[in-house]
Write a protein that binds this ligand. Structure first.
Ligand code: PMP
Length: 412
């Protein structure tokens, strides 16, 4: 029996061992959801103990546990965010929850989101994601959420062909025009990733966030920060919003919250937006007792004195090393990010996007240099993402950069 229940793939720390026995250095922390790497002992032990005692109970019995985790998350949340709703298992449904909150609180229905954003793969979040390729495959998505997808901040290839700071963040100020001409006054929410993850690791300038806050205030729109990728230390801060000057009304979390990859999602909000009734948004597998346990155990580690500070210090060094690499490889046209969340944009000599090279670098890195990277097939398509687990030491990061450099040299 046991042989059907176990798998030959395994992982420890930054290393993934494949079914055929290869040891790979994972610079993408799983699906960007393993902040502490593979099989972190503290989280594993907590989950094992919990599984032996109780692995599932109906949500009525786990409400206190959910609220305890909520309290811990809120202690780190940006000012004004004081309530939690922990009933999800994924980032997609956490984002749907945020939209339900905004719709119920405002009595309006539309959602503004940005080109190249990714908010999930349910029908409504497909509609909200700024990826025409995906939306185009599912025309019914447009009936699940009425989304107005507008150009956002992507300074390296500005949608308005401007350059920062002379642009006066036209990408944000234009939103007011869209509101006037295209929305008929029914916008409930604006959803934004503090750093666009799948879209290509785009980091907006702080004025962008100031401006969208002003617009949301002026028009009574709920501002949702989708921190599914960026929260829980990824940028060297518990929440990227805090680091980037974004002051949201609602924050959504998932991915890294499950510590070692257990599914769990959470929604944090301002008090006046705590409007949902329990039966309006909950799932059999949401806020599972194992997910809650993993999240609490992961927070134990993230909250250790100096842990996030080390991520900030190491992350800055990683950024410098990647920029040095870019100087040596002309195909790298931009390096951007913070903490342990970096993207390298690859371009042809004429400046156009080099998508085939991006695929080649990722493939060669894994096949020849044992380094796992991820691309952004559904975003810009020409961004290599470097997002190691937060436990990576300076030596680990140097090793990642060395292997990436070798892959760039071999692929060009
Ligand atoms: N938001 C963002 C920013 C994401 O990156 C993702 C997943 N890539 C999601 C939402 C959806 O999360 P999930 O896959 O857990 O549904």
């Amino acid at each position: 029996m046991l042989q059907h229940a176990t798998h030959t793939i395994s992982g420890d720390g930054l290393w993934l061992t494949t079914e055929d026995g290869r040891r790979l250095l994972d610079a993408a922390s799983g699906t960007f959801n393993l902040p502490l790497g593979y099989a972190h002992p503290h989280v594993v032990q907590a989950v094992q103990e919990q599984a032996g005692r109780l692995s599932h109970a109906p949500s009525g019995f786990t409400r206190n546990a959910s609220e305890r985790l909520g309290g811990r998350l809120l202690a780190h949340a940006p000012a004004g965010i004081s309530r939690s709703w922990i009933r999800d298992a994924t980032g997609s449904t956490a984002n749907e929850c945020a939209v339900k909150i905004a719709q119920k609180a405002t009595g309006r229905r539309q959602v503004i989101s940005f080109f190249l954003s990714h908010h999930g793969q349910t029908l409504a979040t497909t509609a909200m994601s700024g990826n025409a390729f995906r939306r185009g495959s599912f025309p019914a998505a447009a009936t699940a959420a009425e989304a107005l997808v507008v150009p956002g901040a992507y300074c390296h290839r500005c949608f308005y062909a401007k350059s920062h700071p002379n642009c006066a963040v036209l990408c944000a100020t234009r939103i007011e025009e869209f509101l006037e001409y295209a929305s008929s006054g029914s916008v409930a929410a604006l959803i934004v990733e503090p750093i666009q993850g799948n879209g290509g690791n785009a980091v907006p300038p702080p004025e962008f966030f100031h401006e969208i806050r002003r617009i949301c205030d002026r028009h009574g729109i709920v501002l949702i920060a989708d921190e599914v990728q960026t929260a829980l230390g990824r940028t060297g801060h518990m929440f990227a919003s805090e680091a980037l000057g974004l002051r949201p009304d609602v924050i959504t979390l998932a991915k890294g919250l499950g510590g070692i990859g257990l599914p769990i999602g959470a929604v944090l909000m301002r008090e006046e937006l705590d409007v949902l009734e329990p039966h309006e948004h909950s799932f059999t597998g949401g806020a599972s007792i194992l997910g809650l346990t993993a999240a609490n155990a992961a927070l134990d580690v993230l909250e250790e004195p100096g842990f996030l500070e080390q991520v900030r210090i190491n992350g800055a060094l990683l950024g410098e090393a990647l920029k040095k690499l870019a100087a040596e490889h002309p195909c790298v046209s931009d390096v951007r990010g913070m903490g342990y969340m970096w993207g390298l944009e690859l371009s042809h000599p004429d400046g156009s996007r080099d998508i085939p090279l991006t695929h080649r670098v990722i493939e060669v890195a894994e096949r020849e240099f044992g380094l796992v990277l991820r691309g952004s097939r559904y975003g810009r398509g020409n961004v290599v993402k470097v997002r190691p687990a937060l436990i990576a030491t300076q030596d680990d990061l140097a090793e990642i950069v060395t292997r990436l450099g070798a892959a760039l040299a071999a692929a060009t």
